[in-house]
Design a protein around this ligand. Structure first.
Ligand code: SER
Length: 312
């Protein structure tokens, strides 16, 4: 049996650090090459690492050939809040990197490609409660536009060239090992750090802003389960809705108060409020559950206990 050799692009980000560690546990340290535009994150130093700009198609091709790469996880992207500050750059980075990898996948006959999508594909015209897999999709941020376009391109490459591209629409992801960067859901990570440091947090979203969220452990397990599922089970070559929990800033604060009773929260919504208002409050992920057996494990209170335990 041929051994898979995996390249992770954007491995130094919030998802990448943990996904690299998990994939190394499954496939062996030397079969998972982490790469990022920056120096290696401390948690990535235990295995092979390359400095790589996701926009550099020539360097990526060289690395793929040199290492005999068979699968790529493309995680490099500008997120929703950062993307709104420089929309053209976000479009360029998010789209060019994906199109290059899809072409490379066909040309080098890669066995599988993973590329994350997001709840940001949905917009104000989408039903906000239990948002279905197939619904009105009119993203209002450049990040969301790039993710939805990317889903369509992935489906196109699958249908036209048989490329095995798989994707998930992640909700906001909460983790303690590596920091998020430039997202609208980042408050749900910052709040734990501030609760432990200062017992006070000023939230950039309003009290009753409900958003779909997920603990990183679930997201990583779901990603690997999706990638290991037999191809015939992957009935959607757009990205799958994926859900675990939904809460507001007031509810996460309440959950923290069970551990830190004098924790207080105040609210100072900024430009990210408008982004959040366009996104679903909760997600229907029946398709992922039926097609390849997705199940989440963490809810708000078990996540809070785990986050405070690890950060404390
Ligand atoms: N967490 C992301 C963001 O807030 C959503 O995909 O941009």
């Amino acid at each position: 049996m041929k051994t898979e050799k995996i390249l992770i692009i954007g491995a130094g980000g919030q998802i990448g650090v943990e996904l690299t560690q998990a994939l190394r546990n499954v496939y062996g340290v030397n079969n998972v090459i982490a790469s990022d535009i920056r120096e290696a994150h401390p948690l990535l130093q235990g295995g092979p690492y390359a400095m790589l700009n996701a926009m550099d198609a020539v360097a990526t091709l060289e690395l793929v050939r040199k290492e005999g790469i068979t699968q790529i996880y493309l995680l490099a992207a500008l997120l929703s809040a950062t993307g709104e500050k420089d929309p053209k750059r976000a479009w360029e980075i998010n789209m060019q990197s994906l199109l290059q990898i899809l072409d490379l996948g066909v040309q080098e006959k890669l066995t599988k490609i993973y590329w994350p999508s997001s709840i940001a594909v949905f917009g104000t015209t989408t039903p906000h409660d239990n948002t279905p897999q197939k619904t009105v999709i009119e993203p209002r941020t450049v990040y969301g536009i790039s993710k939805y376009a990317g889903e369509l391109w992935s489906q196109y490459y699958n249908q036209r060239w048989g490329l095995d591209v798989r994707s998930l629409r992640y909700p906001g992801l909460i983790s303690w090992k590596s920091a998020p960067g430039g997202g609208t859901t980042d408050y749900a990570v910052e709040i734990y750090h501030e609760a432990l440091k200062r017992k006070q947090y000023t939230c950039f979203l309003s009290e009753q802003t409900y958003l779909p969220m997920m603990y990183m452990d679930d997201a990583i397990r779901g990603t690997i389960e999706l990638m290991e599922a037999p191809a015939e089970k992957i009935k959607s070559r757009m990205a799958y809705n994926l859900s675990a929990m939904s809460f507001s800033p007031a509810e996460i604060a309440q959950s923290i108060r069970a551990h830190i009773p004098d924790f207080s929260i105040s609210y100072a919504p900024d430009f990210r409020q408008q982004i959040a208002d366009g996104w679903p409050k909760s997600i229907d992920d029946t398709a992922a559950r039926q097609d390849w057996g997705w199940q989440h494990k963490f809810d708000l209170d078990t996540m809070t206990a785990d986050m405070l335990h690890h950060l404390g």
